[in-house]
Design a protein around this ligand. Structure first.
Ligand SMILES: CC(C)(COP(=O)(O)OP(=O)(O)OC[C@H]1O[C@@H](n2cnc3c(N)ncnc32)[C@H](O)[C@@H]1OP(=O)(O)O)[C@@H](O)C(=O)NCCC(=O)NCCS
Length: 439
């Protein structure tokens, strides 16, 4: 393959075909291979989509070599320090920082849509008590399309906004109510309704921790930290769950169904489920007294399935900037509250040992967003089985932003990857009594 500045050439079977280069505003340019099959008869093979872009996007820039992450051009460090989760959600979805009036309107809409339909509440109350909150979350988000499926949406007409925008606020608002109800269900406590006088994060904390016998005292410091941690999770380009939302949404299914698919993708331990696995791993090391070196050796041993959870990333080949921020938030908060968490001690020792180890250095494996986030959640009182739910609440604005961007892209193409078929050639049906047992 040869290339000049705006074309690339592929020589195959004596024929040279040219392909346009698409320039990115930052980061790697791309070869537009959309005509590859017609021109050459070839398709591409790229397991895990390591070198393939399916979309053009203006939402988030990541530089995995330099450890840079920006939402709509703004560094996450600035947003985590100066913005609120609701403001960052607006930024990601609509592409610009809101004015005071726009932010108030958006926040008020979130407040107004926070309550769940009583039938949804009843639905949650029938779910088996010890169910993990992640499948409750995905089920209930999917259920929103039962309750809000009208083509002519009355609430949207009353508020004079599009069906599209009303569903965005419904989802961002109700996800925290669903999440808190899922938690209350898992511990057998009564549901606590959202309150119109509380901000987004304070409302969530109150629904989680208030009870008829003990009201929850809202701590501004805790609210601030929750805002920052959610901001740091709010988008991350074409990760597994966001690509899932785009792929499912490309069939033009409704927002709730596409996000439900994203939540399911997030739950896996190689993605958002890693934050729960990290704490379980750290708690196990802390409790068992296993040596740090033994853990590192196990993670390097290719004969064992064990990996150091919260380490490594497809994109970052340096310290994940989100992990850097969360680690600082975590240490500052624990110090301020004089909380001595032995799990933090284990995490710090493990990180130090891994970053000195040749295997981790060679493969450029650093702590990712999940390594310290669970320790912060613990300090905020959030139970381990809710960690991935917290990730889902944080990632929701990113999913919505990508879904919106995709729906506004013309032409809108349904997602449909190719495959390389390696199965049998033509075979004929064998009647049952003539079949042999195949082992
Ligand atoms: C995040 C992750 C899935 C990225 O996967 P990926 O980009 O496909 O990278 P690979 O799985 O191919 O890893 C590259 C190499 O590093 C090794 N590696 C990656 N992460 C590792 C970890 N956490 N512990 C030990 N080895 C690891 C792999 O075994 C592989 O080694 P090899 O080249 O000798 O086969 C992977 O790093 C991982 O499983 N991390 C632990 C789970 C986690 O924290 N997930 C949250 C992500 S935010």
């Amino acid at each position: 393959m040869s290339n000049n500045l705006d074309k690339a050439e592929i020589n195959y079977q004596g024929k040279t075909s040219q392909f346009n280069i698409i320039k990115s505003s930052e980061g790697a340019n791309a070869i537009d291979i959309s005509g590859l099959r017609d021109k050459t008869g070839l398709i591409t093979y790229d397991p895990g989509f390591q070198c393939s872009s399916a979309y053009k996007s203006k939402i988030t820039h990541i530089d995995g070599q330099k450890g840079i992450l920006r939402y709509r051009g703004i560094p996450i460090e600035e947003l985590a320090e100066k913005s609120s989760f609701v403001e960052t959600a607006f930024l990601l979805i609509y592409g610009y920082l809101p004015t005071n009036d726009q932010l108030n309107l958006f926040s008020n809409r979130l407040t107004e849509h926070s309550i769940l339909h009583e039938d949804m509440k009843n639905f949650i109350s029938y779910i088996q008590q010890h169910a993990h909150p992640m499948p409750i979350l995905s089920t209930m988000v999917s259920t929103l399309s039962i309750f809000y499926s009208d083509v002519f949406d009355l609430e949207a007409r009353e508020e004079k906004i599009s069906d599209f925008d009303v569903n965005i606020v419904r989802l961002i608002s109700k996800i925290r109510t669903i999440a808190a109800f899922a938690y209350k269900k898992s511990c057998g406590e009564p549901f606590v309704y959202p309150r119109h006088d509380l901000s987004y994060c304070a409302n969530f904390l109150n629904m989680m921790f208030s009870s008829p016998v003990k009201p929850y005292a809202i701590d501004d410091e805790v609210v601030k930290i929750l805002n920052a941690v959610l901001i740091l999770h709010a988008d991350h380009g074409q990760n597994c769950s966001t690509s899932t939302v785009r792929l499912v949404g490309s069939s033009q299914v409704n927002l709730f169904s596409a996000v439900c698919a994203g939540i399911c993708a997030l739950w896996g331990p190689l993605h958002g489920g890693a934050n729960q696995k990290v704490i379980e791993m750290l708690a196990d090391i802390t409790k068992s007294g296993k040596s740090i070196q033994k853990i590192i050796d196990e993670a390097k041993d290719k004969n064992q399935p064990f990996r150091l959870m919260g380490f490594g990333h497809r994109v970052y080949k340096t310290y994940d900037p989100r992990a850097k921020m969360i680690k600082k938030i975590c240490i500052d908060f624990l110090n301020k509250k004089s909380i001595a968490d032995p799990i933090l001690e284990t995490a710090l020792k493990l990180e130090e040992a891994a970053l000195k180890d040749d295997y981790f250095i060679e493969k450029r494996l650093y702590p990712n967003v999940d390594f310290y986030s669970g320790i912060v959640y613990r300090a905020l009182g959030i139970p381990t089985n809710m960690f991935t739910v917290m990730f889902a609440i944080g990632r929701l604005p990113g999913w919505i932003a990508h879904w919106k961007e995709m729906n506004e892209t013309i032409p809108h193409k349904i997602g449909r990857p190719s495959q390389i078929y390696l199965g049998d050639g033509l075979k004929h049906f064998i009647p049952m009594d003539e079949r042999k047992i195949l082992i």
